[in-house]
Design a protein around this ligand. Structure first.
Ligand SMILES: Nc1nc2c(ncn2[C@@H]2O[C@H](COP(=O)(O)OP(=O)(O)OP(=O)(O)O)[C@@H](O)[C@H]2O)c(=O)[nH]1
Ligand SMILES: [Mg+2]
Length: 314
């Protein structure tokens, strides 16, 4: 029986059926997981930066075409946790590995491999024995042939026949993405779709806004500073023409306030204008943004604060 025979009529009221399931996108920090997610749905959903550990929450992105609906979860880069936030992210990646249908393990072919790649392989082996693993060798646009082969050899040595397929990709240049979708679909069952066909995420607009403001913060500050800031959208008023939002940037220490605001508020102004232009990629309305800076002392190590900021903590 061909796959096409499973699909229902277009005017049927029930959700369309097709190949569908969950894909956990995992890998060490900075391999291009979020770039891949954004490329696949053609929407700036999750923050991308040159710096490792940019993604801190789990973003679901939905890809639908005439045959399939794939629900991708972008995960934070896998690394040994060194605070409560790291622990929350770590246990959530494990949960994704346990509950997903397919694992898309992303590797960066342009860099050598080490402890963090080993960690992700051992977590895959430990927590998701029965799942298909696709190895996506990313950044092939800037890797030499030998580096690509070294990457494949490294992961094959750690994951062995857990790897169902190896695909060479440039998430940045959108090369190889069709093959990724086709391969994933080959491993999914035919079921009713869970989301509308035009849905691209289950995230709220204000959550995407806070993610893109966070991306602007990553661009504006170097080293550890962006990791110590968390963005909350406190208010959101919308009419036909404009969105008015109140934003708070929580910092860990009062002593950082001056540097974060900048002389005459110049840093905050830059973050605001960068964030607004990122938001305008997705939103046509005028955006009126007010940013406040508050201290949430040592928030990365406080369970109650992490819960307030939307992390799931046991
Ligand atoms: N040349 C090249 N660069 C890429 C590619 N994919 C991603 N990048 C770059 O790699 C850097 C990291 O990308 P991200 O998508 O933020 O990586 P990530 O795996 O989500 O990182 P974390 O969220 O920190 O775990 C960014 O500077 C991207 O532009 C690619 O295919 N080719
Ligand atoms: Mg990311």
């Amino acid at each position: 029986m061909s796959i096409d025979e499973f699909f229902e009529d277009e005017d049927s009221v029930a959700p369309r059926k097709g190949l569908t399931g969950d894909v956990a996108v995992v890998g060490r920090p900075n391999v291009g997981k979020s770039t891949f997610i954004n490329s696949i749905i053609g929407y700036h959903l999750t923050a991308v930066s040159k710096r490792p550990q940019t993604t801190r929450k789990h973003w679901r992105a939905i890809f639908t075409d005439d045959k399939c609906q794939v629900i991708f979860t972008d995960t934070p880069g896998m690394h040994e946790p060194n605070d409560k936030l790291g622990e929350a992210m770590f246990s959530n990646i494990i949960l994704q590995l346990k509950t997903t249908d397919v694992i898309l393990c992303i590797a960066d072919a342009s860099r050598s491999h080490g402890a963090e790649d080993e960690l992700i392989c051992s977590m895959i082996n430990q927590h998701s024995q029965s799942k298909k693993v696709i190895l996506m060798v990313n950044k092939v646009d800037k890797a030499k042939k030998e580096q690509i082969q070294e990457t494949i050899d490294f992961f094959e040595a750690k994951l062995g026949d857990r790897i169902a397929k190896v695909i060479k990709v440039s998430a940045l240049r959108k090369k190889g993405l069709d093959e990724v979708i086709e391969t994933i679909c080959g491993f999914l069952p035919v079921l009713p779709f869970s989301f509308d066909e035009d849905a691209i995420t289950d995230a709220y607009e204000r959550d995407i806004a806070s993610e893109l403001i966070q991306e602007a913060i990553f661009e504006e500050f170097s080293k550890e500073i962006p990791h110590a800031i968390v963005v909350e959208i406190d208010s959101w008023k919308e009419d036909d023409k404009k969105i008015k939002m109140g934003v708070t940037m929580y910092i860990e220490r009062e002593s950082n306030r001056k540097m974060i605001i900048g002389r005459d508020g110049v840093k905050l102004k830059t973050i605001k204008s960068k964030a607004i232009s990122k938001l305008r990629e997705n939103i046509e309305k005028r955006i009126d943004m007010k940013i406040f800076v508050k201290v949430a002392a040592d928030w990365r190590n406080k369970k109650s604060k992490l819960r307030d900021f939307g992390w799931e903590i046991k």
